[in-house]
Structure formats: C-alpha cells, structure tokens
Design a protein around this ligand. Structure first.
Ligand code: SF4
Length: 310
C-alpha cells in the first residue's frame, strides 16, 4: 500500500518533481568542514546533542566532492532511476570557510553530471554577505539553491541550554538577508529539546513562519553516543519523547504550516551504532507513516489549521 503522505504534506520530492518535471534526489556530501561551535570561534564542544557521525553514513571525508557525488549518484540511480540531483553539503557547517574555497567546492559539485543545484546546511551566524551573494549568483544562473539553516528552537534559553552558540536574532538576520537575495531558506527544527514542550515547538513554528520560510525539516531530539546529551540522559536529566507524543506534535505543526511551505523531512534517524534513545528513532518509516495516518484520521492535511498560529 502506498503512503498517503504526498496527499497530506507538501514534500520536497513532490515540489522538485513539479518544478523540474522529473524526480530529483539529494546526494549528501561531507566536504571536510568543521564548525565554529566546536573549534572555539563561537564555542567549544558543539551542541550538546551533536555527534557528526550521525550525518549521512554514505558521505565520507577523504573523498573529493566529485567522488562522493559519483558514488551517491550510482546508488540513487540504481534504487530510484533518478537522473537529476541536488548536492547536499550536509556535515558540519558548510559555509565555514573562505568564500573562494566555498566557490571552488560548490562549483565542483555543480559541474558533476546530473547535478542541478545545491543545498547548503549551515548555522545562522555563519552566512556573511559574500557567501549569500555567491549562492544567489548560482541561483540567478538557473540553479536550484536551498540554504538550510539550523535553528532548532526560537527560544534563546533553550539554545543556551543546548550550547548552540547563537540566538534567535542571528537566525532572523540570516533569513532576512538570504530571502532579500531571493534564496530559498529551509529551517531545521528539533522537537523535544530539553525543557521544551509541544507548545514551544508551535511557538517556534509561528515565529519562523512570520519571518518567512520556504522549507522546513522536523527532527526528533535523539540521544547519540559521544555527546553531552548522552551523559544527561544517563543521569536521568533528559527524558526522550515517546513516539506517540512526537507524532502528535509533528502532525499539529504540519496542520499549522501554510501549504506552500515545503517539508524536506519529518523525522531523523541515526546509525544503530551510535543511537542510544529513543529506539523508535531508528524506524524512520514507522514515524512517517504514523504522522500520515494521524493526519488522515483527523481528516486533515498541511495548512488545515492555520488558525492554531493566531
Ligand atoms: S549541530 Fe551543527 S552547529 Fe551544532 S556542533 Fe554540530 S555541526 Fe556545529
């Protein structure tokens, strides 16, 4: 039985197919960047939940961008038949380098066969004007460009608690600067951050939508090895959310999201070798199907409850 999800949520797959006339898939790349929240320039130790081994297992440092794209392309083509791809600079902070180096890496990706655009994952405090200008120039040449900003929460107390090293103000400035250049922004939100409830997630969504956003990624907070959150969880200081609570909150957020906003992701997984809790995070399709089934049971879909935000 096929998933009812595409009828209920404006997913990235559908959005790309509509605009490009064929399937377009993302290929995750690890381009060897680090993160200013790890090397001391913004902070040390990184976000309390971050272990970068939880990024795509297929993208590995040590291989060139072109090599990683070639490897990802052959896997995805075999699996899906797709011939068009977006190079997704995923691991760490993918704007954290000299703009000339960024230009070289992005160009290397865009010159790879079948690549029609870029998705650049980064922090809101790491997108200076020259980087945005570089991305806008590619977009003006007809490339599909997404700037993926990790916000996680709009509450500064929460951001401090998880050692993000930036606040909501930096996010608002980055969004305004990117959208003023016509760049599409996809914002990453984490549900279940320490001290947060479903109401926090709804308020964050409202603030993000009020500022203007083109895409969203939802992610449950999971506890992975090698993080400060793992210690807090072991000491009983952090309690992961249940699957039912996550599904209900995600469905509420989707109903409150305008239909034109594109959902890039509704959940996240980590490799079994590092995932500590909650165990349901490993079962991506159980989560996605659970959200779709709940929306269906409610007779609802994305954008049906925009009043929740007012
Ligand atoms: S989650 Fe992102 S910003 Fe935070 S430490 Fe990891 S790479 Fe850096």
């Amino acid at each position: 039985m096929s998933s009812p999800l595409p009828q209920l949520v404006n997913t990235l797959g559908q959005d790309l197919k509509r605009r490009h006339g064929q399937r377009v898939h993302k290929i995750a790349i690890h381009a060897g960047f680090t993160c200013p929240n790890r090397d001391g320039s913004k902070g040390r130790g990184g976000c309390t939940f971050c272990n970068n081994n939880s990024f795509s297992p297929h993208a590995r440092q040590g291989r060139s961008v072109a090599e990683q794209i070639a490897a990802g392309r052959s896997v995805i083509r075999r699996r899906t038949g797709a011939e068009r791809f977006i190079a997704y600079f995923q691991a760490y902070t993918n704007t954290y380098a000299d703009v000339d180096q960024l230009a070289r890496l992005y160009r290397e990706a865009l010159e790879a066969p079948g690549v029609i655009g870029l998705s650049i994952g980064t922090r809101p405090d790491c997108v200076p004007p020259p980087v945005l200008d570089l991305l806008a120039a590619h977009q003006e040449q007809g490339r599909e460009i997404w700037l993926e900003l990790g916000l996680q929460s709009s509450f500064d107390e929460t951001l401090q608690r998880v050692n993000r090293g930036h606040g909501f103000t930096e996010y608002a400035e980055a969004v305004r600067a990117a959208r003023a250049r016509g760049l599409r922004v996809c914002t990453h939100l984490i549900i279940g951050l320490p001290g947060e409830t479903a109401q926090h997630a709804m308020t964050t969504l409202k603030r993000v939508i009020d500022l203007g956003v083109d895409g969203l990624k939802l992610h449950p907070l999971h506890v992975v090895k090698g993080t400060r959150l793992a210690n807090q969880w072991r000491h009983g200081e952090y309690q992961p959310w249940s699957l039912a609570r996550y599904i209900e909150t995600a469905a509420d957020l989707i109903e409150a999201t305008p239909p034109e906003v594109v959902y890039h992701r509704l959940t996240g997984t980590a490799s079994p070798s590092i995932l500590l809790a909650p165990a349901w995070c490993a079962r991506k399709w159980q989560v996605i199907d659970g959200i779709a089934n709940l929306l269906q049971q409610r007779g609802s879909r994305q954008g049906n409850r925009l009043d929740t935000l007012h």
